[in-house]
Design a protein around this ligand. Structure first.
Ligand SMILES: Cc1cc2nc3c(=O)[nH]c(=O)nc-3n(C[C@H](O)[C@H](O)[C@H](O)COP(=O)(O)O)c2cc1C
Ligand code: SF4
Length: 486
């Protein structure tokens, strides 16, 4: 992962923990009821992909156990990982593109209800993404994948050469020569792997996205409702299709790119389709970026306009993340796909303990506050979720009291200790296993390995009932909180 050049080491700063009485009086543990969104507390576990689904996209026992474990801590809301709205193979990532996925997803709902005693609202994040290929072996790229066009022959001065000779010649060229002759997208395909963009209007399936996505998201949301979820979070953030429509880099000339209004058109159409397809009490919210954190990307002023428009469209919550883009991601090794959390924007999304003079905590606070203020100024009460480096009670409480956000999202802190919420609420904050922001978990995600936390994944491997990773080296779930012992 990219690190700020300053590389200043920041220990976590959880601050003072409250007594049970202080927690009972805290805003963080107050219920929230705005529109359809009703939470027992203002705590939230944002989506985290654990790499536990089957290759066919079904929930496994391990997926169910992963969410059950978070629910034991009784956060106000828990968001199930990014789940694909299409019925296409996408490796061990959850899918919801067909009715056959409903029974597996319903098992997650049941487990969360039971483990949280009905205290945790359960949402599922719905995602669409475009095709991305692994970085090819250069020999194979020149042999098979590269398109030999007239323009390329022209650039090489090889108009009369047979195709095989062009391919063989290109293989011998050094990097700087390749930079001169290959078109930018071919160069990118060679160095990073082919990646489709929403601006690829020459590809029919990309051109038709505005016509197919509203129905795909709507059908997925209906399935989520049938599986028993309390609502959906539409994934309009990070590196994926919907965020790419909102991005200032979206120059589509078909009315769905360019101005902010045009970039919003598809997200608003998807929102409306989902709202219409689901029941009157079903929660529909979205995750957007408070800032894309890339050159030429959308900034907080765009995010404020989007926030107001999405609130006006009837969103039940707005969850704000930042960064996480392909645009500035590092070159992957041959055979690996580019990962959108390896550049500066990735750092902004999941800031780690080596940081700059600002530090890793609260990087999304100012932008979130600005978006929320714009939403309030436009007359909407839509609850706003902030995330990024949240781990302390005082920090969370101060943000709620300052009006930065209405709900506090704890992703990695909840992974480090799913019992954070119960421990803090009951005056046992001293027993919290505080996240170190090492990003060991994020490294596992990048390698598509089962995600665990370094603070507990080697502990008591022989504990009765502990489930282990496929290589048998790590436990899959945080050890249970033993109130008498810990
Ligand atoms: C292993 C892992 C998987 C993640 N998967 C998702 C995801 O599926 N969808 C999403 O919107 N964010 C995802 N995120 C980002 C988190 O939701 C969160 O925004 C980010 O980690 C910053 O919050 P934190 O500092 O509380 O961890 C993931 C983060 C981690 C560490
Ligand atoms: S591995 Fe654990 S301690 Fe490190 S960032 Fe992830 S959750 Fe935090």
């Amino acid at each position: 992962m990219w690190k700020p050049p300053e590389k200043i080491l920041y220990p976590a700063q959880p601050g003072r923990w409250p007594s049970a009485d202080e927690a009972a009086a805290a805003r963080l543990f107050e219920p929230l009821a705005v529109g359809r969104l009703r939470l027992a507390s203002r705590t939230w576990v944002p989506a985290m992909v654990p790499w536990r689904a089957t290759d066919e996209g079904d929930a496994t026992d391990d997926v169910v156990a992963w969410y059950r474990r978070f629910a034991e801590g009784r956060p106000g809301a828990l968001v199930v990982e990014a789940t694909g709205v299409r019925d296409i193979p996408s490796g061990p990532l959850l899918r919801i593109g067909d009715d056959r996925f409903i029974p597996g997803l319903a098992r997650i709902v049941e487990a969360v209800r039971e483990a949280s005693g009905g205290q945790t609202k359960l949402f599922i994040q719905l995602i669409d993404f475009l095709a991305i290929r692994r970085r090819p072996d250069p020999a194979k790229f020149f042999e098979r994948f590269l398109r030999v066009t007239d323009a390329l022959r022209e650039a090489l001065g090889a108009r009369d050469w047979p195709e095989a000779r062009v391919r063989a010649h290109l293989r011998t060229l050094p990097d700087d020569a390749l930079e001169r002759v290959l078109p930018p997208r071919e160069l990118e395909a060679l160095r990073f792997g082919t990646r489709e963009r929403v601006t690829d209007l020459h590809l029919p399936h990309v051109a038709e996205l505005p016509r197919v996505l509203p129905a795909l998201f709507a059908a997925a949301a209906q399935r989520a409702e049938r599986a028993g979820f309390d609502g959906v979070e539409l994934h309009y953030a990070h590196a994926y299709t919907m965020a790419s429509f909102l991005s200032a880099t979206n120059t589509r000339a078909d009315g769905y790119g360019g101005s902010r209004e045009a970039r919003l058109r598809l997200p608003l159409a998807v929102t409306e389709a989902v709202r219409t397809a689901t029941g009157k009490d079903f929660v529909v919210g979205c995750r957007t970026l408070a800032d894309e954190c890339i050159d030429g990307g959308s900034g907080v002023d765009d995010a404020s306009v989007f926030g107001v428009a999405l609130a006006r469209a009837g969103m039940d919550f707005l969850s704000l993340s930042r960064g996480g883009k392909f645009d500035d991601a590092k070159q992957p090794a041959v055979g690996w796909a580019v990962y959108p959390y390896t550049g500066r924007s990735g750092y902004e999304c999941m800031p780690a303990r080596h940081s700059d003079s600002f530090g890793p905590f609260g990087r999304n606070v100012a932008a979130t506050a600005q978006v929320r203020a714009a939403v309030r100024a436009a007359g909407f009460k839509t609850p706003v979720v902030v995330a990024g480096g949240m781990h302390g009670f005082e920090q969370a409480e101060a943000l709620l009291r300052a009006g930065t956000a209405d709900i506090i999202g704890f992703a990695r802190q909840a992974l480090a200790d799913p019992d954070w919420f119960e421990k803090v609420r009951t005056g046992h904050g001293d027993a919290v296993r505080v996240c170190r922001y090492s990003n060991y978990c994020e490294g596992l995600d990048q390698k598509h390995k089962q995600v665990t936390c370094e603070l507990w994944d080697r502990a008591a491997l022989d504990e009765p009932g502990a489930t282990l990773t496929t290589d048998g080296r790590r436990r899959l779930l945080a050890p249970r909180w033993n109130r008498a012992r810990d």
